[in-house]
Design a protein around this ligand. Sequence first.
Ligand SMILES: C[S@@+](CC[C@H](N)C(=O)[O-])C[C@H]1O[C@@H](n2cnc3c(N)ncnc32)[C@H](O)[C@@H]1O
Length: 224
Amino acid sequence: MIIITTKDGSHSLFSEEYDEIYHSQNGAIQESRHVFIHSGFEHVLQQFTAANPLKIFEVGFGTGLNALLTVIAAQNQGVNIYYETIERYPVPIDVIKELNYTQLLENEKYRPPFHSMHLSTWNIEHSIKPSFSFKKNEDDMLSFLPSPNTFHLIYFDAFAPENQPEMWTIEVIKKLYDALVTNGILVSYCSKSAFRKVLKEAGFAVEKLPGPPGKREMVRALKP
Ligand SMILES: C[S@@+](CC[C@H](N)C(=O)[O-])C[C@H]1O[C@@H](n2cnc3c(N)ncnc32)[C@H](O)[C@@H]1O
């Protein structure tokens, strides 16, 4: 894994195995904020005002950027969160410590929870902050079964379909559909028509939204 700097100044990683960058080259923080926080988190907050905690499942923990931005957004909104994620190839902690996310966000205030998430034991629920419970599964999404009818929001942040087609199949998407509560949503940076077709086949109502800078569209899918 090689650390690279994207156009908004935030770091990302390059995976040699998948020949892919973990985030958009146009800006890692910019993309994560747009796709997962603005189009996902803020949207479900309006729908599930009474959810306590709001439950989020992420596919692909990676650098932990989406989780960090969720800690910050949840703090700003004053909501309690249960955040569960899965990662098959954990990023080594010495690489994580080089990433510049907490320097760029809120004057390092969130360095302790960011590192706590990365240093927490796998497969056990932890309290990262009193209002933020966190569990990371070291597992393979192809065989993992998230708890059914549990989550309000899913961040689907797998490597792109052309590099990792096995993650974008009806088998995986149906498990995620089943993991959502009614009116729960899944967001993804990918808006390819083949992916939208799989989402519809699983039962989702699919919406195309404007993408982050440099990307025309993204997808938000609702479990009716
Ligand atoms: C696009 S990156 C995710 C970026 C991450 N959300 C972040 O903010 O850094 C895709 C992630 O999925 C992970 N991954 C790849 N195959 C997987 C699998 N079969 N099960 C679980 N995670 C997988 C990769 O290791 C990588 O961390």
